[in-house]
Design a binder for this molecule. Structure first.
Ligand SMILES: [Zn+2]
Ligand SMILES: [Zn+2]
Length: 128
């Protein structure tokens, strides 16, 4: 959807002589797309089988399904049916858990999407 708007804007800007602006929009979109691919392809931090409790961390829990010891930040994702290190949430847009190992790529998507929205609104006002 956002890709369609971007394509429309880049074409509209280029045909009206705003090539520099079109390149900026395209650059932001490609960065966002790269971050999206990174989130989708990276392992979010799937936990492997372990049974040892760390006596220092008193908030440890045990997941019966995965048979792993979770620290206070780890959680079991009901959709993926695995335990994820530092689980933030399960993202329906990427179809992946957002955990310890892919959270920065996810933040990059959020920042790029906000930047893109602002850019598109400003450019729409300039072009119209
Ligand atoms: Zn689990
Ligand atoms: Zn998940």
């Amino acid at each position: 959807m956002l890709g369609y708007f971007n394509h429309y804007f880049v074409t509209a800007l280029s045909t009206r002589g705003f090539t520099r602006e079109a390149n900026v929009v395209l650059g932001v979109y490609l960065t966002q797309l790269t971050a999206f691919l990174l989130v989708s392809l990276k392992n979010p931090g799937i936990m492997t089988r372990s049974t040892e409790f760390n006596k220092v961390d008193s908030q440890q829990r045990y997941c019966q399904q995965c048979q792993v010891v979770q620290s206070s930040r780890d959680q079991h994702c009901e959709m993926c049916e695995v335990c994820i290190r530092g689980l933030d949430h399960h993202c329906i847009w990427t179809g992946k858990c957002i955990g310890q190992d892919n959270q920065y790529s996810f933040y990059a998507i959020l920042v790029m999407t906000c930047l893109e929205m602002v850019l598109l609104i400003i450019l729409a006002l300039l072009v119209i």
